[in-house]
Design a protein around this ligand. Structure first.
Ligand code: MRU
Length: 354
């Protein structure tokens, strides 16, 4: 179901309306601004897989709503059938995309709620899950604000900041992680300008980051991915700030394909490389970047864009959607609990005192 939307100042990537989860359709931005409504775990999983909603924190929030929607749909069943149906729902959501750990973090949090409500009526569980999904959404915005305030201190007035992919309001419940840092710096009165990598093949930079910055009159210059080395070599980049889909226990960072290339270039040119990273994106069960599952997406994203296909038919294609930046290339992780300079295992453990 599609709902035509009007853009409000705050970008509501995900919203609860009329008993459904509505998500901005990020496949068609900026040409059109529309919401897609979801009413089950299946439709949310489809939205995640198909990139209606994308970006690690936004995927985590959507998955939580997917659980709540499935419970509302199945609440009239017997307790045994409800349990079986919910296990299928959890499974469908978990299968939607593999790399962003926030998806599994969100599902795990919902599962803990379920365990705590053992024996209660289906409808009570469904309502409690819905309340938890609302809380995860609100919390995500608070976390991004806190993270943004910490990160803003790292950027000097007048900084020209390169970013890759979209780690903005559209990739979260609002404000953004990497773009949240930039928004917070602007809010603090700093003159910040943004260099947005186009981000082949899905064009999150050209379509989404550029759109977000233009909406807010934050100066933005769009470049193709192969131009960042040139810009850095000419002294036109002061800092890099990116988001992440999963940080391993040793600090290795998985993010959108092409991020590693930017990190190597930043090191070469002595430019700080910052990773904006809510704690929900740190996966303490993954030892290093080598253990992070990397999603491979369909060949037609590389051979063309949507219906317009330009590569020769029959060519072999690779389309890894993410890469891993080794921790030694990361100047600092920016989290809601503060900035971790030169991250390593010990400093990451210190982020989780409880
Ligand atoms: O494939 P996508 O668009 O979901 O990839 C998104 C990214 O790589 C983002 O940089 C990451 O999820 C951080 S979003 C705050």
């Amino acid at each position: 179901m599609r709902i035509r939307g009007r853009l409000t100042v705050r970008i509501e990537t995900l919203r609860w309306a009329n008993g459904k989860l509505e998500m901005i359709d990020q496949r068609i931005l900026p040409a059109a601004f529309e919401y897609v409504a979801c009413d089950s775990a299946w439709s949310v999983a489809e939205g995640i897989r198909g990139m209606v909603v994308r970006g690690a924190p936004a995927i985590g929030v959507a998955a939580a709503y997917g659980v709540a929607l499935e419970a509302l749909r199945l609440q009239g069943m017997s307790k045994a059938d409800f349990r079986k149906g919910m296990e299928v729902g959890f499974g469908v959501l978990a299968q939607s995309r593999p790399t962003a750990v926030n998806l599994f973090w969100g599902l795990e949090r919902m599962r803990r709620v379920w365990v705590s409500m053992d024996g209660q009526d289906n409808s009570a569980v469904a309502q409690r899950w819905l309340a938890e999904a609302h809380e995860i959404l609100a919390e995500d915005i608070r976390i991004n604000r806190a993270l943004g305030a910490h990160g803003a201190h790292l950027l000097p007035d007048g900084a020209r900041v390169l970013t890759h992919c979209n780690a903005g309001a559209l990739a979260t419940a609002g404000w953004g992680t990497a773009l949240g840092v930039l928004r917070s710096a602007v809010e603090a009165g700093k003159r910040i300008s943004v260099i947005a990598d186009e981000t082949r093949p899905f064009l999150q930079g050209a379509r989404l980051t550029a759109w977000e910055m233009v909406q807010e009159n934050i100066p933005v210059t769009l470049i193709t991915d192969n131009m960042s080395g040139f810009m850095m070599s000419r002294g036109e980049v002061d800092a890099v700030v990116v988001g992440t889909d999963r940080v391993a226990s040793n600090g290795d960072v998985a993010n959108k394909i092409g991020t590693y290339m930017v990190a190597v270039l930043a090191k070469r040119h002595g430019i700080p490389f910052y990773v904006a990273c809510p704690l929900s994106t740190i996966d303490r069960t993954t030892d290093s970047g080598a253990d992070i599952p990397i999603e491979e997406r369909s060949a037609d994203e590389v051979t063309g864009f949507r219906e317009h296909q330009w590569a020769t038919q029959g060519v072999t294609v690779r389309n890894p959607a993410f890469d891993v930046t080794p921790v030694e290339l990361v100047t600092a992780l920016i989290t809601e609990r503060g900035v971790v300079h030169q991250p390593n295992r010990e400093r990451i453990v210190d982020l989780f005192p409880d």
